[in-house]
Design a protein around this ligand. Sequence first.
Ligand code: MG
Length: 271
Amino acid sequence: MKATILALSLMALLSKDIPGTPAPAENRSGVTASWNKNPVIAHRGAWKKNHLPENSIASLNEAIRLGCYGSEFDVHMTADSVLVVNHDAEFYGMPIAKSTYQQLRAKKHPNGEEIPTLEAYLKVGTRQKKTKLILELKPSEISTERDLKMTDKALAIVKQLKATPWVDYISFSYDILKHVRQAQPKANVAYLKGDVGLDKLKSDGFYGADYHLSVYQKGEWFEQARSLRLTINAWTVNKAEDMNWLLDNKADFITTNEPELLFDVIRSRGE
Ligand code: MG
């Protein structure tokens, strides 16, 4: 009986909104899915605790299982223009931009997975309607033209798979994000680099800032973001102390390698 009451209390806590958190992305995506109401974004999926490969399908599934609001992942383009999911520009020593997809398939993650294609990743991610897919477009060192070609391909794949409501876009490249906004004026885009003020993000139609924690700690961001109706997301936040600071400041999203810890912190605050 006690266990049941405890479980019900935990469920009630988990389902509560974080005060100050604006309605998440569905307002602008038009989807009726009920995204998890918490600020937790698993960085490269939820991989760390269970020793899963970063950016693997397994790490995406774990982020979904945990009930994260979002699962972040990184996209690159191969030499033969296939979009694949990986953090680094190399996959186990093979440079993605200079390798064909078939060549990359020779390497495997330790759990046996091949490098996921964006298509495969989105197909798994859109089987559910609780966890958003936070798609980071990685600029190459080759050319902006190539980066924009990759961006167009990503948008086309998302559209073809009817995955638009699930996907928010992030990037360190302002050019890439402006390109996304031009092609899809309703897309949620957030900038990662930390060198642009909120006024400019707003005037360029962005959804918000997704900056390193230290950027927020150095300046006054939260009030202005609320007044401009921009979202604040912070990366990569792995300590309870920093999570609490962001929750105190009512950050909208917290990107972390430790989603389980962040859920514990949220529960312990009793909000
Ligand atoms: Mg990333």
